[in-house]
Design a protein around this ligand. Structure first.
Ligand code: NAD
Ligand code: AKB
Length: 316
């Protein structure tokens, strides 16, 4: 991957030897990752797929093993970003479907990658940690999640090390972005709050004011993903199935205060639901010394900068 070929286009584009496939491309991450990959490799080299229909995106259900094989073989796919999944809130409402899509779907993609010698990026999550994890989560610690969603992510990390392919992942924190809505997770409040603040000046939050979780701006997450995939495999350790990366951690109360710098009349009230228990089972902060040391990870966005970017972009 990523070698320069001697065509005029290669002056600005880093062309993969084959094509790049993105599953779940219409989601919160896919919307921005496809854009970034197309900028890097050229529009034609990146095939966006999802179970939903949209312009510029092919239909591909990751439960359909035969179709995945066909597409990966016919399109000469050499790199896959597998984003199709159910997130924590949707997943806990339908645990069997969550297991099927997140684990069987991943196994289907791994099988196709293996047959075609493709590299694979498959995201993990801070949901791999459970209530026994220290408040500041180390990279290496027992993984005993209390959610089915978290368990599917632990299996994903294990498959990265046992599947025999070049497979990598990141334990993404809650991701904050403005281009696409958050897709049914516990950390969705940190995205929804901006839309409600700007539209109504009011938000009823489904977790408590003192709930503190690791969060990250989407630009940092996309850059981390591409930087990790660009790094030589032999320089990565056994953490490659799911690297801890830290952006910033804050409580909802701190987020509200930061938004009030722009919108002083904004009011947030609190009405915790079942998602509070998922949030309570996850760590407050993430220790990312291994990602920093191994492949040079470094975040760029703190809380106030995220809030400034969100408000400016949603207002326009
Ligand atoms: P999302 O819910 O926004 O997008 C997932 C996409 O997958 C959707 O567009 C959906 O239509 C598609 N999909 C669902 N079932 C499918 C199927 N059977 N076949 C094909 N496509 C299907 O999720 P996201 O936020 O973009 O997350 C992508 C990945 O990153 C997931 O693995 C998620 O667990 C992980 N992650 C996300 C966050 C976050 O805060 N967004 C944090 C940690 C980890
Ligand atoms: C969720 O809340 O489910 C996701 C995640 C942290 O994995 N945003």
């Amino acid at each position: 991957m990523n070698h320069q070929v001697s065509s005029p286009m290669s002056v600005t584009m880093d062309r993969p030897s084959g094509r790049v496939l993105v599953t779940g491309a219409l989601g919160q991450i896919g919307t921005e990752l496809v854009e970034a990959l197309r900028q890097k490799h050229g529009h034609e080299a990146v095939i966006a797929t999802d179970i939903r229909k949209a312009e510029g995106c092919q239909i591909l259900d990751v439960m359909n093993k035969k179709e995945i094989h066909k597409l990966v073989t016919e399109q000469e796919i050499t790199e896959i970003y597998h984003l199709a999944a159910l997130l924590s809130a949707t997943g806990e409402k339908n645990p069997e479907l969550c297991w099927d899509i997140n684990v069987i779907g991943l196994e289907n993609v791994i099988a196709a990658a293996k047959k075609n010698n493709a590299r694979l990026f498959s995201p993990s999550s801070i949901a791999v940690f459970g209530p026994d994890c220290p408040n500041i989560a180390p990279q290496i610690t027992p993984l005993n999640p209390s959610t089915v969603y978290g368990r599917t992510k632990v299996v994903g990390e294990q498959l990265a090390m046992t599947s025999g392919i070049d497979m990598r992942g990141i334990r993404y924190p809650g991701l904050i972005s403005y281009k696409a809505p958050a897709g049914g997770g516990t950390t969705d409040y940190a995205v929804e709050i901006f839309h409600h603040a700007l539209k109504n000046g009011y938000y009823e939050c489904f977790v408590r004011e003192d709930t503190k979780l690791p969060m990250m701006y989407m630009d940092d997450a996309i850059r981390a993903t591409i930087e990790l995939m660009d790094f030589p495999l032999e320089k990565l350790s056994e953490s490659r199935g799911g690297y801890n990366i830290s952006g910033c951690s804050f409580t909802v109360g701190e987020l509200v205060k930061s938004i009030q710098r722009h919108l002083p009349d904004f009011i947030c009230t609190y009405n915790p639901d079942i998602r509070q228990t998922y949030a309570d089972s996850w760590p407050d902060e993430i220790e990312d010394d291994i990602a920093k040391k191994e492949w040079g990870w470094s975040p760029r966005f703190d809380l106030d900068r995220i809030v400034d970017e969100m408000i400016i972009n949603l207002e326009n």
